[in-house]
Design a protein around this ligand. Structure first.
Ligand code: FE2
Length: 376
């Protein structure tokens, strides 16, 4: 009897591809993207790395790219989507669509933009002296695991010119669509400075917080930015995996835990820290800096195209007449995914008080506790 061939099972085509490309892979519960190591990625022509965070889920990954002074990437084209954020440096990106339309824009630290599906593009470093580091969140793991064919992903000539969008969406402009708190929408392709874009109130998530949701290049990728005012923190909540939370400005910390855990995991914030909370892992963000603090979140499935059950829940979308589920900003006591301030663990506020005094700031939460406010 001949020996049975090794069964070809349990394959993750995306991970096989990462290995074949020779990419350095960084793993962890969180990563400080500013100092992760990169190595020349021949496909792109610049040093790069893949980031596979514990809570990344089944659909998303991150790449880090270093553009050397005066350098540029090779021309790229692929049928996965990519939301790019500039960690440091400055440069420009040139896009070319199948119908010959071209677009270009200049970016700098804290800029964010999307590569429209299957557009040809190149990134250029605008400085002859400084390196530029950009990071992207992509849905390549999903695409590669569906098709497991590299040529289909990278040599696909299909024309998606309907994704070009408006010309002014590459110049820092966009269209604001006010839907409701938490779901207000900025449709664009490029945001010059995530620390400067105007946000809208979303009081239900706590502490006077504000946010804006993005629709980028009419794509599937989710992106939103939230801000916490001075001396405040958000309410804890949970949802599905894969939402990569990245600190943009200010400092603070996040606590993460699963239902029933005795203790928290803690991540201290600074620009470039990223962590995706795991599936149904509670997370709560705290601002302990002397200024408002902002974080940016990216993942698969957004407000226009929720795609995933947890994104439908978070954005209040329904499917085929299903009843809308309560979610992101509804108390767990009412079947939602949020812990109201008055229900939170007794250790949370004292820890925040201590962290604020350590940093020489005044906590500003009293008005957000209904009982406390009424008693005074
Ligand atoms: Fe969240």
């Amino acid at each position: 009897m001949s020996e049975q061939a090794k069964p070809r099972i349990h394959i993750d085509p995306y991970l096989e591809w990462v290995k074949k490309e020779g990419l350095i892979v960084h793993r962890g519960f969180y990563l400080y993207l500013v100092d992760v190591e990169t190595r020349m990625w021949d496909r792109v022509g610049v040093p790069a790395a893949a980031c596979h965070l514990n809570g990344r889920g089944d659909f998303a990954n991150m790449f880090v790219f270093d553009l050397p002074p005066g350098g540029s990437t090779l021309p790229q084209q692929h049928i996965y989507e990519e939301v790019v954020y500039c960690l440091s440096g400055q440069g420009s990106t040139q896009l070319e669509f199948a119908d010959g339309t071209k677009r270009s824009f200049e970016w700098g630290e804290r800029s964010m933009f999307a590569i429209p599906l299957n557009a040809k593009y190149r990134h250029f470093n605008g400085s002859g002296r400084e390196k530029a580091r950009i990071v992207s969140t992509t849905d390549l793991p999903m695409l590669m695991n569906v098709f497991h064919n590299e040529r289909f992903i990278f040599e696909n000539k299909f024309d998606f010119s309907e994704r070009i969008g408006k010309e002014n969406h590459y110049g820092g402009d966009g269209d604001l669509v006010m839907i409701r708190p938490g779901n207000n929408l900025w449709e664009t392709n490029f945001v010059p400075d995530l620390d400067a874009i105007e946000l809208k109130p979303w009081g239900e998530r706590g502490g006077g917080s504000t946010n804006i949701m993005f629709v980028l290049a009419d794509g599937l990728m989710h992106a939103h930015i939230s801000e916490m005012p001075l001396g405040t923190y958000k309410k804890a909540h949970k949802h599905g995996a894969g939402v990569h939370v990245m600190c943009v400005s200010g400092t603070g910390y996040s606590l993460l835990w699963f239902d029933g855990d005795k203790d928290y995991e803690r991540i201290d914030w600074k620009h470039g820290m990223v962590f995706p909370p795991a599936e149904q892992q509670f997370h709560q963000h705290f601002n302990t800096s002397k200024r408002p603090a902002r974080y940016f979140a990216t993942g698969v499935g957004g407000l226009r195209y929720p795609f995933l059950a947890h994104m439908r829940k978070a954005t209040g979308a329904t499917r085929d007449g299903d009843k809308a589920e309560v979610g992101a900003a509804t108390s767990v006591k009412l079947g939602g995914d949020q812990i109201e301030y008055e229900d939170q663990d007794q250790r949370i506020q004292p820890l925040f008080d201590a962290e604020c005094s350590k940093n020489g700031i005044q906590q500003n939460m009293d008005g957000f506790f209904p009982n406390k406010a009424a008693a005074e």
